[in-house]
Write a protein that binds this ligand. Structure first.
Ligand SMILES: Nc1nc2c(ncn2[C@@H]2O[C@H](COP(=O)(O)OP(=O)(O)OP(=O)(O)O)[C@@H](O)[C@H]2O)c(=O)[nH]1
Ligand SMILES: [Mg+2]
Length: 189
């Protein structure tokens, strides 16, 4: 059976742990800044039984080394920014893509996720990151998918996890295909 490992990353306070808890327990819980969350889940996706680990390391820069461990054997990344935190949006290009490439190269699929969309109508609308800006960033970083969500209002959470699982599944199939091709082409005649 394939082993899927999904890691959720993004700047501090973007709502990664809240996304995890909403998926895991179905509720919007109080989170502790800098927590690491991990659990194994089982689900049926597109008619197939899947088992996967979901891991959330803290997003602060100080935890870069800890995230290096978290990235081990990852099969898809959920990369988050908050729609009401411009820094977290800019950090995707300025920080996260570099960290990910340094640790993983460019082979692991990334699902770009905009969090806290329930705040879109309450915050100063000029500073809110729009859907179009998110889609543009997704193209720029060659994300396999772009999804907007709110852990507070339970919007798009299942789509985020399922989007990452589909990307992970596709990438595992491709790498198995590569592996087979390599074995056949290396076989002595
Ligand atoms: N309005 C709103 N607030 C949210 C949402 N998701 C998270 N928050 C709040 O944002 C703050 C940070 O959320 P966390 O889930 O702890 O963020 P994190 O990304 O895990 O942060 P670090 O662990 O420090 O990297 C908390 O006060 C949450 O209650 C959301 O969808 N809507
Ligand atoms: Mg957290």
């Amino acid at each position: 059976m394939d082993v899927h490992k999904i890691v959720i990353v993004g700047s501090g306070s973007t709502g990664k742990s809240s996304l995890y808890h909403r998926y895991s327990s179905g509720s919007f819980e109080n989170t502790q800044k800098g927590d690491t969350d991990f659990k194994i889940f089982e689900t049926i996706l597109d008619g197939n039984f899947l088992s996967f680990g979901l891991l959330v390391p803290p997003g602060q820069k100080d935890f870069e080394k800890l995230r290096s461990f978290a990235y081990y054997n990852v099969t898809a990344l959920i990369l988050c920014y908050s729609v009401v935190d411009k820094n977290s949006f800019e950090n995707i290009s300025h920080y996260w893509i570099n960290e990910i490439q340094k640790d993983l190269g460019s082979l692991v699929p990334i699902v770009l996720v905009a969090t806290k969309i329930d705040l879109k109508n309450t915050e100063n609308s000029k500073s809110v990151i729009t859907t179009a800006q998110g889609e543009q960033l997704a193209k720029k970083i060659k994300a396999s998918n772009f999804i907007e969500c709110s852990a507070k209002e339970n919007i798009g959470i299942k789509d985020v996890i399922e989007g990452a699982l589909r990307a992970s599944d596709e990438s595992l199939k491709l790498s198995m295909c590569d592996e087979k091709n390599r074995r056949f082409s290396c076989r002595p005649s």
